[in-house]
Write a protein that binds this ligand. Structure first.
Ligand code: GDP
Length: 293
């Protein structure tokens, strides 16, 4: 039996990338259906090779999963890399913070990568650093266009499976193509046009970069919805708020209208960023509205 990783699944076929850098087209044997387990992109699997020339095989075994993301539906993701531009376009902080909450909820570490550093001033970079200082996310500044800071991105990706997200125009394709040229067809303008025009279901797909290193494009990034949660739980996904929560007078404080709130005090003292707090309030409203309807 050979070991490999499912990098794509379409129409009952699973494409398994092995350590020898070969891709086998495999079918899942009945055992999985009986167990109720559906193989997922990202699964580490054992395959039986049927035809070495045709590169076909059978999925025999799914190794235990480290985790399973719901959106995108993929197994064994180690981290997320979210890309925004420092400028042109200006970062959409609400979208960025939505993504951070979504990943925190799914217990996946996020690295924030601000691209187009060449178009920014020192003050702008410091401001971005300050906003995300209290979050557990590492913040990187790069210029994919000018190949600046790319070693740091490479280092972060190495040996891991990373889901890469970002709105259009920020230089995500440029960055991915620098790291993984074989992914270029999927990340450029063409795939976006196909997506828009035909409403095709976007399949999750991993791209092999180097040994044990895979990248995945995160579909549906621009229309992120918060996961199902109680409004009281939202704050759990803002790690920059956590140190100040014990200073709230009321248990279950939502840090909104309540008096003697540790978060609002930290905000007034500049220990929490105004931007992050605004994102929190907007998400809180989103959760309250959801309740009403
Ligand atoms: P995507 O929509 O996020 O995939 O963005 P693209 O990779 O297509 O890039 C959008 C535009 O930004 C293109 O015109 C790129 O040439 C430009 N771009 C990408 N990276 C950089 C960068 O680091 N600096 C500057 N100034 N422009 C960049």
């Amino acid at each position: 039996m050979q070991k490999g990783k499912i990098i794509k699944g379409i129409g009952g076929f699973y494409y398994v990338h092995t350590r020898d850098n070969v891709i086998y087209e495999c079918r899942a044997k009945g055992i999985f259906r009986k167990n109720g387990i559906k193989p997922l992109v990202g699964d580490d699997v054992g395959i039986e090779i049927l035809d070495e020339k045709e590169k076909t095989g059978n999925l025999m075994e799914i190794l235990p999963r480290k985790n399973t993301l719901i959106r995108p539906a993929v197994a064994n993701v180690d981290q997320a890399l979210v890309i925004f531009a420092v400028n042109r376009p200006k970062p959409n902080f609400n979208l960025l913070d939505h993504f951070l909450v979504m990943m925190e909820y799914q217990k996946v570490k996020t690295v924030i990568c601000f691209n187009k550093e060449d178009l920014s001033t020192k003050e702008e970079l410091e401001e971005l650093q300050r906003i995300y200082a209290g979050c557990e996310s590492q913040v990187l500044f790069v210029s994919a266009g000018q190949e600046k800071g790319m070693e740091a991105v490479h280092e972060i990706l190495k040996g891991k499976t990373t889901t890469v997200a970002g709105p259009s125009g920020v230089g995500k394709s440029t960055l991915i193509n620098r790291i993984c040229p074989q992914a270029s067809m999927e990340t450029g303008e063409i795939s976006r046009k196909i997506d828009r025009g035909k409403h095709t279901t976007r399949h999750s797909e991993l791209f092999y970069v180097e040994e044990d290193t895979y990248l995945m494009d995160t579909p549906g990034f621009s229309s992120l919805m918060l996961p199902e949660m109680e409004k009281e739980d939202l704050q759990n996904y803002f790690p920059d708020f956590t140190p100040f929560e014990p200073f709230c007078r009321f248990q279950g404080c939502l840090h909104d209208k309540e008096p003697d709130c540790g978060i609002k005090e930290a905000l007034a003292e500049g220990k929490i960023s105004e931007r992050r707090y605004q994102s929190y309030l907007e998400m809180l409203e989103e959760l309250k509205d959801r309740r009403k309807y």
